[in-house]
Design a protein around this ligand. Structure first.
Ligand SMILES: C[S@@+](CC[C@H](N)C(=O)[O-])C[C@H]1O[C@@H](n2cnc3c(N)ncnc32)[C@H](O)[C@@H]1O
Length: 302
């Protein structure tokens, strides 16, 4: 983490977690999901030096805006990823004291319901990573969404609905929130406490190497171009390939239930054949779709 601070001394610490490894946690670790430009996040971390705060945000532009504000802060770590898919992969069970979500997109269309925090996968991940006695707090300007979260998460076997307050007193408010309240509109805060043990299956693994017992040429790899595959919620597609005459890189796109990644499969000579693995420069997580893509490429090249 210090290396990242040295590389970009004007920024707070942006981290890229390793595939299949949980992030380190301290006794008082909290998480904010979807922090936007980080106005709340940075002030909250400053107000609470006793807390280690992680922030997960899907937008790279927001991550950079927050990282600029976070310069000099030692208790905030910023991660650019999709919390819906990655929450359970980043944190072990019973590791977070609090999870905060403020003004999340309400995803009002039925076709977007799977993106809400009330979707089973998201809610289960949240229930797993909270400590027993830990809290999930969501603030919204959308009353139907606040009601839905109250009813659905309140019915989760490991969570207890604790508080529903309209226009609560808030330690820190953001520009958008102040404007909204000045216009005479309401905000809604719903809080939950984790009451019992709960766990979920993790889908991301550490490493995958596949050995092929034959010689491979650039034209073998070019045959994979534009080939697509699909299995359950996993989708993959191969793109262009590059070579320095010895090692090949195969551009690959994957989607796991809309968690999208673009990376290279690294194909290099090994003993009397070739070895396929993820190229380390593109920092992909080894999800089910990535495993399928590696196996498919290896199968077709064998
Ligand atoms: C309406 S904004 C609210 C931002 C901020 N919390 C605030 O109160 O100003 C919602 C934020 O959630 C982020 N977001 C949406 N889906 C996400 C996901 N699956 N994982 C992480 N961040 C997400 C968006 O990029 C956006 O910055």
């Amino acid at each position: 983490m210090d290396i990242l601070r040295q590389a970009r001394p004007q920024y707070g610490v942006i981290i890229h977690p390793e595939s299949g490894k949980f992030l380190p946690v301290q006794p008082k670790t909290e998480l904010e999901i979807g922090f936007g430009n980080g106005e709340f996040t940075v002030q909250y971390a400053k107000n609470h030096p006793e807390i280690m705060l992680y922030g997960v945000e899907i937008s790279q532009a927001c991550v950079l805006r927050c990282a600029r504000r976070a310069y000099g802060l030692d208790n905030l770590r910023i991660i650019n990823t999709d919390a819906r898919f990655m929450l359970r992969e980043l944190f072990p069970d019973e590791s977070l004291q609090k999870i905060i979500m403020q003004f999340p997109c309400p995803w009002s269309k039925n076709s977007d319901a799977h993106k809400r925090v009330t979707a089973k996968d998201f809610a289960d991940g949240l229930a797993a990573v909270l400590k027993i006695g830990g809290a999930f707090v969501m603030v919204s300007d959308d009353e139907p969404y606040a009601n839905e979260v109250w009813n659905i998460l309140g019915g989760h076997e490991a969570l207890k609905a604790e508080d529903f307050t309209v226009n609560p007193e808030r330690e820190i408010t953001t520009k958008y929130e102040r404007k909204w309240l000045e216009e005479g509109r309401n905000i809604y805060r719903v809080s939950f406490r984790k009451t019992g043990s709960f766990t979920v299956t993790r889908r991301v693994e550490g490493e995958m190497h596949i050995k092929i017992q034959r010689n491979i040429t650039q034209s073998d790899i070019e045959l994979l171009r534009n080939i697509e595959g699909k299995k359950d919620k996993s989708f993959w597609k191969f793109g262009r390939s590059f070579t320095d005459g010895k090692i090949f890189l195969l551009e690959t796109l994957t989607s796991d239930d809309e968690f999208e990644q673009k990376f290279y499969i690294h194909i290099a000579p090994k003993d009397d054949g070739f070895l396929l693995r993820l190229d380390k420069t593109t920092l992909a997580f080894l999800t089910p779709a990535v495993r399928c893509a590696l196996s498919d490429a290896a199968g077709k090249l064998s």
